[in-house]
Design a protein around this ligand. Structure first.
Ligand SMILES: [Zn+2]
Ligand SMILES: [Zn+2]
Ligand SMILES: [Zn+2]
Ligand SMILES: [Zn+2]
Length: 228
């Protein structure tokens, strides 16, 4: 019974350890959400939609007539704004604003980058090359182009996911209606390129030289991040 309880607890404990970064480390902000509040796509932000079915409109002969009337938009409850899938350009711009603010705050506090995060300079200096590399691997440096989103805008439909085909809106065949492609630089991973000097380890083995014994040191090419 006790063993069972321990088995149930262990994954939880492992997660708790994984989730808690070391003291003095400030994890990067989460990625900008896919769903954002903005103008309602159904009514274009006007709060009203055109409906063909007029409520009981009859002509002089008493026949029900098809009339176009404006009805309150159901999707946004006529407010013109709602939660919707954010166009890629909007999501990318938000991601950029989040990262600029994060970067500015931590640089102002004279913290140093570790992977995608920042750390108090003294705490970072106290890390062993291996511990620093582990931390950078847990919060890997992001792709410069997509800022970690792993996506790029579909140029065929300008990110809308739709194309006008003989006057009709159809899902864009180039992106299957998603409005995006995997980022060409990181192939969709959202991560910066693995450092070729250290093979992504962030550390290199230094041979014994001039009285200094062989030891593990930070890779100078990637600064110990394993990615650049
Ligand atoms: Zn609406
Ligand atoms: Zn497309
Ligand atoms: Zn990318
Ligand atoms: Zn390296």
């Amino acid at each position: 019974m006790r063993r069972l309880a321990l088995l149930v607890l262990l994954p939880g404990l492992a997660f708790a350890q994984e989730a808690k970064p070391p003291a003095g480390f400030y994890p990067p902000p989460p990625l900008a959400p896919r769903v954002l509040e903005g103008p309602c796509p159904d009514c274009g932000g006007g709060g009203k939609v055109e409906s063909k079915y007029g409520p009981g409109i009859r002509n002089s002969r008493g026949e029900e007539e098809e009339a176009k009337v404006l009805m309150p938009c159901r999707r946004c409850r006529a407010t013109g704004r709602c939660d919707r899938r954010a166009p890629f350009a909007e999501r990318h711009a938000l991601q950029q604003r989040l990262l600029i603010a994060y970067d500015r705050d931590h640089r102002a506090a004279r913290r140093v980058p570790v992977g995608a995060g920042f750390m108090d300079a003294e705490a970072e200096a106290a890390l062993s090359p291996e511990a620093r590399a582990d931390l950078a691997a847990r919060f890997p440096k992001r792709c410069e182009r997509c800022l970690g989103l792993g996506e790029d805008e579909c140029r065929k439909c300008d990110g809308s996911g739709e194309r006008l085909v003989s006057g009709e809106r159809r899902p864009c065949e180039a992106c299957a209606g998603s409005g995006t492609h995997p980022c060409g630089k990181c192939k969709g991973s959202g991560l910066a390129k693995v450092c070729s000097r250290c093979d992504g380890r962030g550390t290199v083995e230094a041979k014994a030289k001039r009285g200094i014994p062989a030891h593990t040191e930070r890779c100078r090419s990637c600064g110990g991040d394993g990615r650049r």
